[in-house]
Ligand binder design. Structure first.
Ligand code: FES
Length: 101
């Protein structure tokens, strides 16, 4: 079953297969999104801000937490931020691009 990812600040949407990562779905859907480390959880350039549907995403693994912490400090984990190369989609979501850097 496919889910909808709406990228609100780009006024576009893509479909994600169940369990696909946000990044895979965006790239497959023709959306250009930074992913400097190639999806290996080793940068934070693929970050997204989850605007709606956090419950439709996979839980954050330690590796994702560690990478976010390493680049942005502990506070970032309190926000609705995820690494799109790590987080899997299980329902409709809305995201935007965080204003970092
Ligand atoms: S692409 Fe580098 S952490 Fe996702």
């Amino acid at each position: 079953m496919a889910h909808k990812i709406e990228i609100i600040d780009r006024d576009t949407e893509v479909e994600a297969e169940d369990g696909q990562t946000i990044l895979q779905a965006m790239l497959h859907g023709g959306v250009e999104w930074m992913h400097a480390c190639g999806g290996f959880c080793n940068c934070t350039t693929c970050r997204v801000k989850v605007e709606e549907g956090m419950d439709n995403l996979s839980e954050m693994e330690e590796s994702e937490k560690n990478t976010l912490r390493r680049f942005k400090g502990d506070e970032v984990l309190e926000g609705p931020f995820r690494l799109s190369c790590q987080v899997k989609v299980y329902g409709d979501i809305k995201i935007s691009e965080p204003e970092w850097y």
